[in-house]
Write a protein that binds this ligand. Structure first.
Ligand code: HEM
Ligand SMILES: *[C@@H]1O[C@H](CO)[C@@H](O)[C@H](O)[C@H]1NC(C)=O
Length: 320
């Protein structure tokens, strides 16, 4: 009897402490529409914004949970945002703009971690990806430590390392594939292509998995010794639209990132990629869009702070 009561009580506590869709419905009813407007205004003046915001959410969640820790920027070299695993991550300015508007509308209510999660969703929608509900109620973290970002997935990681790094966050092979498909939008700096194009075998040669038709194109976009800051779309032919072309490209040797190519060389992840191109295709097969949305919601729950843990930052770049 007593154990049952405890079970019921702990379930109730669990429910009251879990993220929920519409968490701000009473406390800040316009929270989601404010974020959406700020994101679409930013995207209208800078088309790179949606992919940047989608990536920001991933990098936030993979280090110390989705707690806005990546946004802390008070100038200390020990802060997480200086980690090499976060090279090229941006979007903090857009989050700061949304936060300023939210503080004006409902001070002290909406966490930076939630703004990041909502902005990632809005970014997906803006590029023609699936609309999905984002459970909210995350609190902002109180830790920003560069060492905690040492295990970010790296573009040179093997498939086994990628699987292990995702599993460590509770994400399975299917989610590794489907979340990597976020590369359906956005660009990479040539910096991340050097090894794949010119130093694949201990200092020379290129990745043999690159389709021979594609290799000269990639080399022209990122010439050896050229500008490492030049950028090229990661989803050839469809870099601004959220669609499953990225998986088709991965299947045919047109993956741009080395880690995306690895997804088609492992039996388990290859099966996942192929599952989206089955005989019954879009009718009876799995839905790329629905699976992506589901995986994003799951990623968005990694290590979140709830209830009275953490804080609601006043400014996203600094602890209160
Ligand atoms: C599997 C491990 C992953 C690796 C090794 C990886 C690596 C990279 C690299 C090297 C870039 C180029 C960065 C730059 O030059 O600015 C990039 C861009 C990007 N990544 Fe990933 N990524 C991974 C997973 C993910 C996941 C899970 C998401 C989101 C769900 C994501 C979303 C993005 C987006 C949207 C961009 C484009 C950013 C832009 O256009 O500025 N990535 N990724
Ligand atoms: C950062 O984390 C590392 C490893 O957990 C720890 O040794 C170090 O003391 C932390 N640094 C700060 C500034 O908290």
């Amino acid at each position: 009897m007593v154990p049952l009561l405890i079970l019921i009580l702990s379930c109730l506590i669990e429910v009251s402490q879990s993220l929920q869709v519409g968490f701000y419905a009473n406390t800040c009813p316009n929270a989601e529409s404010i974020v959406r407007r700020v994101v679409s205004e930013a995207a209208a003046s800078e088309p790179r914004i949606p992919p940047i915001l989608l990536r920001l959410h991933f990098h936030d969640c993979f280090v110390h949970g989705c707690d806005g820790s990546i946004l802390i920027d008070t100038g200390l070299v020990t802060e997480e945002n200086h980690a090499s695993g976060h090279d090229g991550v941006g979007g903090a300015d857009v989050i700061a703009r949304a936060k300023a508007e939210l503080e004006a509308a409902c001070p002290g209510i909406v966490s930076c971690a939630d703004i990041v999660a909502l902005a990632a969703r809005d970014a997906v929608v803006l590029t023609n990806g699936p609309m999905y509900e984002v459970p909210t109620g995350r609190r902002d973290g109180l830790v920003s430590n560069i060492s905690l970002a040492a295990d970010m997935p790296d573009v040179t990681d093997s498939i086994d390392t990628l699987k292990a790094k995702f599993l460590q966050k509770g994400l399975l092979e299917k989610e590794l594939v489907i979340l990597s498909s976020a590369h359906t939008i956005g660009t990479t700096a040539c910096f991340f292509m050097t090894k794949r194009l010119y130093e694949f075998f201990e200092g020379s040669g290129s990745d043999p998995s690159i389709n021979p038709e594609f290799l000269p194109e990639l080399k022209a976009a990122c010439p050896q010794g050229g500008n490492s800051n030049s950028r090229l779309p990661m989803d050839r032919g469809s870099g601004q639209t959220f669609d499953n072309q990225i998986l088709q490209n991965i299947r045919s040797g047109f993956a741009v990132l080395q880690t995306d190519a690895r997804l088609y060389e492992d039996a388990a992840t290859k099966t996942v990629v192929d599952s989206y191109f089955g005989l019954f295709g879009p009718f009876a097969g799995p839905s790329f869009e629905a699976d992506f949305a589901k995986a994003m919601v799951k990623m968005g729950k990694i290590g979140v702070l709830k209830g009275s843990n953490g804080e609601i930052r006043r400014v996203c770049s600094a602890f209160n």
